[in-house]
Design a protein around this ligand. Structure first.
Ligand SMILES: Cc1cc2nc3c(=O)[nH]c(=O)nc-3n(C[C@H](O)[C@H](O)[C@H](O)COP(=O)(O)OP(=O)(O)OC[C@H]3O[C@@H](n4cnc5c(N)ncnc54)[C@H](O)[C@@H]3O)c2cc1C
Length: 292
């Protein structure tokens, strides 16, 4: 089923996971995902390592979920540092396995100097990947957008013009990068509307697990941590349990506010840990069915 068809009928709750570094850990990740089925996510997704390494496990987990569960699975696919043929091969395998949806991404260019500019045989941007998918397959297509702008972008409006291009080329919904101040998301909605973007924009929410980790993540993706939250994280920097509780409480309030403001769904960055998402969903009991 196309996720866009689900979004047209209800507000979605979805979970994102990442592949492990070692083959022996694949079963553990699959078990966590299966354990979270009781929350009836509308779809789950598995990230794709732009730097290589774990890509085979992304495919393995995605295909196993497809075979072993009734979950709707969306595959992440990045195109940097791979030939068009390699990317096409992944799409063919996903298609053959009956995966119905792909989130089309560029990915971050690996630090290796020889890989820092796109090769002639590469899709340079998500826009090119979207075109390739639309021209050759029948997947539902998601794409990324950034409430606080993309790190390489110097002009927020130009950034949105590329998002508009993703829409025009055939993306059928958007998922945002993480953010910790909902005003960034609401501001994005206003700017997107002015840029003629009318796709559903699903906010991505990451319940914080550790101070060092979230500082690293936000620095990498260009998101900011509000001063008050950051002060709390600093205070408990050496106590991951306390930070996890702060993360649960913060994400619960964040999602409550987003839901009350009519978002089309919420996409949780689960980081392969069941605890926080369980606490949040048990508290919120989100009901995505539309009233009429
Ligand atoms: C929901 C979500 C899921 C993600 N999943 C993964 C994952 O599984 N694996 C992973 O490695 N990373 C993932 N990322 C991170 C993502 O790969 C990085 O943010 C990457 O730097 C940009 O990817 P993109 O698809 O937004 O790229 P693009 O849309 O190509 O944008 C990258 C930059 O180029 C500019 N741009 C866009 N289109 C064009 C164009 N046609 N011409 C010129 N400039 C252009 C944009 O303004 C932006 O500054 C995810 C991000 C999000 C928000």
């Amino acid at each position: 089923m196309k996720i866009r068809d689900i979004l047209d009928n209800k507000r979605t709750v979805s979970f994102e996971f990442f592949p492990p570094r070692e083959a022996e850990a694949v079963d553990g990740v699959v078990d966590v995902i299966k354990g979270l089925q009781r929350f009836n996510p509308d779809f789950v997704s598995v990230t794709y390592g732009a730097g290589g390494g774990t890509r085979a496990y992304t495919e393995e987990i995605t295909l196993r979920l497809r075979r072993e569960t009734s979950l709707e699975v969306m595959a992440h696919l990045t195109c940097v540092a791979q030939s068009r043929g390699e990317v096409h091969g992944v799409l063919e395998r996903l298609n053959a396995a009956g995966v119905g949806n792909v989130i089309a991404l560029r990915g971050d260019r690996p630090a290796d100097a020889s890989l820092t500019t796109p090769g002639a045989d590469e899709f340079a941007h998500a826009t090119e990947l979207i075109t390739h998918i639309r021209d050759n397959f029948d997947f539902g297509i998601a794409a990324a957008c950034y409430p606080e702008g993309h790190t390489e972008s110097t002009d927020a409006d130009a950034d949105l013009q590329y998002v508009r291009m993703k829409q025009d080329l055939g993306a059928d919904f958007l998922i945002t990068q993480l953010f910790y101040d909902n005003r960034h998301f609401y501001d994005l909605l206003e700017r997107a509307d002015k840029a003629g973007i009318n796709l559903p924009i699903v906010p991505g929410v990451l319940p914080i697990l550790s101070t060092a980790q979230i500082r690293r993540f936000t620095q990498l993706c260009g998101a900011t941590i509000p001063a008050e939250l950051d002060a709390q994280l600093e205070r408990y920097a050496e106590d991951n349990r306390a930070v996890r509780e702060i993360g649960v409480e913060y994400a619960t309030r964040q999602v409550q506010d987003l839901w009350a403001n009519g978002v089309p769904g919420v996409h949780f960055y689960v980081l392969n840990r069941a605890y926080s998402i369980t606490q949040i969903l048990e508290t919120l009991n989100l009901d995505g069915h539309r009233g009429d």
